[in-house]
Design a protein around this ligand. Structure first.
Ligand code: PMP
Length: 353
């Protein structure tokens, strides 16, 4: 007897990057931040009391929403928090898309969880190919028949960013469709659409503490948008999990937001290393689109993506590789600390010899 539902049997789940513990790796495969979180975070963690854990947390993550609202220059009613931006994105599918609607539109090469969420929630997908230079084909997306869009900006795994002006023109041109802008990597670009959420009721911006705040292990992300959209996310959350943001996450993320100087400093270090590592990769003959994120998409060198991934792994350096058309020529490499990046560069020189 197979007790699994037809859906559980048929669905192809998302594959997260490897978290190997068999030896110490130079880990450049899941876009984690190479720097620890702010010292304020560690102090907030130490200050968590038994009572904070004994009681259920706030179901609306109210204190954290207030802190995010202050940081983003919006009202608390414009903010929704979830267990990682993955959960926020997941809840957005049933909140804004119908199973019998025209579907959710996204690029063929983008964050692959969109496809999994669409399948999980039974929502049709409209997949639009990237142009040959890996940029998003916004004109083709506009022409697609759909209920709305998922746009990772900067995009993953290419790292390519779209400026605020171009995004605004797109959002203004599709007033009857929701645009979900996934800004997981936006702090490394600095063109966030959050200010535009006041002007466009069809724009939802999704952000995370995982990358620029060095809190991937804490699992907290949020959305900013018009109260009607935020209300939709709350309705879905309250059908699924009353308390997606735990008491520790709330305290820790508030502390992370309080240390703006630390955040700006670590982001600037990563951006500087991104420029340096990209220049090194170009010198080695890689094709590397200009990245606005904390990773580089490098490929088409003398060796294929798979060989580079495997040989780096043997040498103790983990990068991300997808055995799929187009992607298999490339690896996605997280920008690490200067020391980690040196190890990567040294090993790549060896492999390409
Ligand atoms: N969006 C994109 C484009 C990502 O690459 C990731 C990280 N895998 C996420 C969202 C989710 O991040 P998190 O759930 O850690 O906030």
């Amino acid at each position: 007897m197979n007790f699994l539902s037809r859906k559980a049997r048929a669905i192809l789940p998302y594959t997260a990057g490897e978290q190997l513990r068999d030896k110490v790796y130079t880990k450049l495969n899941t876009n984690e931040n190479p720097y620890p979180p702010s010292p304020c975070v560690l102090r907030a963690l130490a200050a968590v009391e038994g009572d904070d854990l004994r009681r259920y947390p706030r179901p609306d993550a109210g204190r954290l929403r207030a802190a995010i609202a202050a940081r983003e220059g919006v009202g608390e009613e414009n903010v929704f928090c979830g267990n990682g931006s993955d959960e926020v994105l997941a809840l957005s599918f049933p909140a804004f898309f119908d199973g019998d609607g025209a579907g959710a539109c996204f690029a063929d090469i983008t964050y692959s969880f969109y496809e999994v969420f669409a399948a999980f929630f039974g929502i049709p997908k409209k997949v639009v190919p990237l142009r040959s230079d890996f940029t998003l084909d916004l004109a083709a997306m506009r022409a697609a028949d759909c209920q709305g869009y998922y746009i990772a900006n900067p995009n993953a795994p290419t790292g390519i960013g779209i400026g605020r002006g171009e995004m605004e023109a797109f959002i203004a041109s599709v007033p009857d469709r929701i645009v979900v802008a996934d800004e997981a990597y936006m702090d490394f670009f600095g063109e966030s659409l959050v200010p535009l959420t006041k002007k466009y009721g069809n724009l939802l911006v999704v952000r995370t503490f995982s990358k620029s705040y060095s809190l991937a292990g804490m699992r907290c992300g949020y959305a900013v948008g018009a109260p009607a959209l935020i209300g939709g996310l709350f309705r879905m959350k309250d059908c699924f999990n009353s308390y997606p943001v735990d008491a520790v996450a709330e305290a820790v993320c508030i502390a992370a937001l309080s240390d703006e100087a630390y955040h700006a400093d670590t982001v600037a270090r990563i951006v500087a290393e991104r420029t340096r590592v990209r220049a090194e990769l170009l010198k080695m003959g890689f094709t590397v689109p200009e990245s606005k994120a904390n990773f580089l998409f490098a490929g088409r060198a003398a060796k294929g993506g798979k060989e580079i991934y495997e040989r780096l792994k043997e040498a103790g350096v983990l990068v991300r590789f997808w055995d799929k058309p187009v992607l298999r020529d490339f690896c996605r490499i997280t920008v690490g600390s200067p020391a980690e990046n040196e190890i990567l560069i040294k090993q790549l020189h060896q492999i390409l010899l």
